[in-house]
Design a protein around this ligand. Structure first.
Ligand code: ADP
Ligand code: ASP
Ligand code: MG
Length: 437
């Protein structure tokens, strides 16, 4: 059971988590995020220190410390546990204050970012202690590891975690941190923003869990982005493939990589609402429920690259040469479209863009369009759904489309549009594809 930032962000929410966990009959591993707003504040602190602005960093640290002091004062009441909670907050803020005095490094910034999950889990553990609830505090840094390419090492996570769990067979409740992990240099690292979902799925896979529950602030995966479109509805069931496409293409409710571990080990994933636990939410499993369009999502900050060359005409090996450039710079490609004389590709990072362009120029003229958005329409067998194409394009006739990807998989159609059309296209698709105003 993974609880996100909003689900742990207030003392009463932690009380709610206890009540949800207490209803369980099977043993539970609870994965917690940092309290909402904390990781953003820690990012800010790191940026201020990196920029040499230690004064502002100190102010942000002090403000955050006050927030935690108020939080524990409201949550933990008995003298012994209250002292423990105070000592935890003091220890972690002392650490941040020490960091202020040493020279900044990438590794240090990861240490700063880890404080959020360390604080939330330790505070929750003390709260459980106050309530007399037997549990084991499980430090994620003892089992959650990534390799040189930042990929989680599922084999080793499995071995380490089972060793720990085997030593505590009497326990029914475990509490651990989402997001944080250790890299091959032994340093503290993380699974990137929103990574607690990924932690939960990795743990679910590692222990062969009966279910991986992602508890958040909304009643499941909606058919469209609720931050942008007013009238959205939850989708009750979807397949791993559908959920993975939506997560990867921008549905913020799930970390982009969070589906594959559960999918690989066939662990059903449920998206549930901490604030409304009786709501059905979304169940994600191997089999898709029915055919047709399930949801749309948008992925921002996309760069489109067009390589034009008459040499491509009737040539073979051209695409390989282009793809090799991206491989060399370890830059994943999201969309590809080709014509006989040009190929368009999208990427989601400008890391190494200059070097990539320089190498691509050896093959032809290179044009770049920054600030694009991928709109993904996702659903089982959608490309075979009757009138789907007509509905899709019919509802967005006024939008300029830079690329279309159809047929890559039977459950995804992606469009690339300039970012300024994102809100409009999501709203128009809500009406055109789902009949929702
Ligand atoms: P948590 O802190 O629990 O991980 P997140 O903020 O990361 O929560 O994810 C939940 C949020 O994702 C929702 O509040 C919602 O605004 C956003 N979201 C974006 N797209 C979708 C979608 N298709 N369905 C549901 N929520 C979505
Ligand atoms: N606290 C981390 C973040 O805000 C991880 C998470 O919430 O999933 O990105
Ligand atoms: Mg999240």
């Amino acid at each position: 059971m993974k609880f996100g930032g909003t689900s742990v962000g207030k003392p009463e929410r932690m009380q709610q988590i206890v009540s949800l966990v207490s209803k369980e009959t099977e043993p539970v591993i609870v994965v917690l995020s940092a309290l909402s707003g904390t990781t953003n504040a820690l990012v800010e602190i790191g940026n201020h220190i990196a920029n040499g602005d230690r004064g502002t960093a100190k102010q942000t640290i002090d403000k955050l410390e006050k927030h935690y002091q108020d939080f524990i004062n409201e949550l933990v009441k008995q003298p012994a546990t209250s002292e423990k909670a105070k000592a935890i907050v003091a220890e972690h803020f002392e650490f941040l204050n020490i960091i202020l005095k040493i020279s900044f490094s990438e590794a240090l910034s990861k240490d700063i970012l880890a404080q959020g999950e360390l604080l939330s889990t330790k505070i929750f553990s003390v709260y459980l202690e106050e309530l007399g609830i037997n549990h084991l505090f499980l430090p994620a840094l003892e089992f959650m590891t990534i390799d040189h390419y930042d990929e989680p090492q599922i084999g080793s996570i499995k071995v380490k975690l089972s060793q720990i769990l085997n030593q505590h067979k009497d326990k029914k409740l475990f509490v651990t941190q989402g997001y944080i992990c250790r890299n091959p240099r032994g340093e503290v690292d993380n699974l990137k923003r929103g990574g607690s979902d990924y932690t939960a799925s990795l743990i679910g896979a590692a222990i062969n869990a009966s279910v991986c529950e992602i508890w958040t602030d909304i009643d499941g995966m909606h058919n469209n982005d609720p931050r942008i479109v007013k009238n959205t509805v939850p989708v009750e069931q979807m397949s791993f493939d559908e959920a993975a496409e939506l997560a990867y293409f921008g549905a913020k409710i799930l970390h982009p990589a969070s589906i594959w571990p559960a999918q690989q080990y066939n662990i059903p994933v449920k998206l549930l609402n901490t604030m409304q636990p009786e709501a059905k939410g979304t169940t994600i499993a191997e089999k898709a429920a029915g055919v047709g369009v399930k949801a749309v999502a948008a992925k921002d900050n996309i760069i489109a690259i067009r390589i034009k060359s008459s040499r491509m005409l009737l040539a073979y090996g051209f695409l390989r040469k282009i793809f090799e450039v991206f491989e060399k710079y370890r830059t994943p490609i999201d969309m590809v479209t080709t014509s006989e004389v040009a190929v368009s590709i999208t990427i989601d990072t400008d890391h190494n863009l200059k070097e990539i362009i320089k190498e691509l120029e050896a093959f032809g003229t290179v044009e770049i369009d920054k600030n694009q958005t991928i709109i993904s329409v996702v659903g089982n067998e959608i490309s075979q759904t009757e009138l789907m194409v007509k509905k899709l394009f019919g509802s967005i006739l006024n939008i300029p489309i830079r690329m279309v990807s159809y047929g890559g998989s039977p459950h995804n159609i992606s469009l690339l549009v300039p970012a300024e059309y994102k809100n409009q296209i999501l709203q128009q698709l809500n009406k055109g594809m789902f009949g929702l105003e």
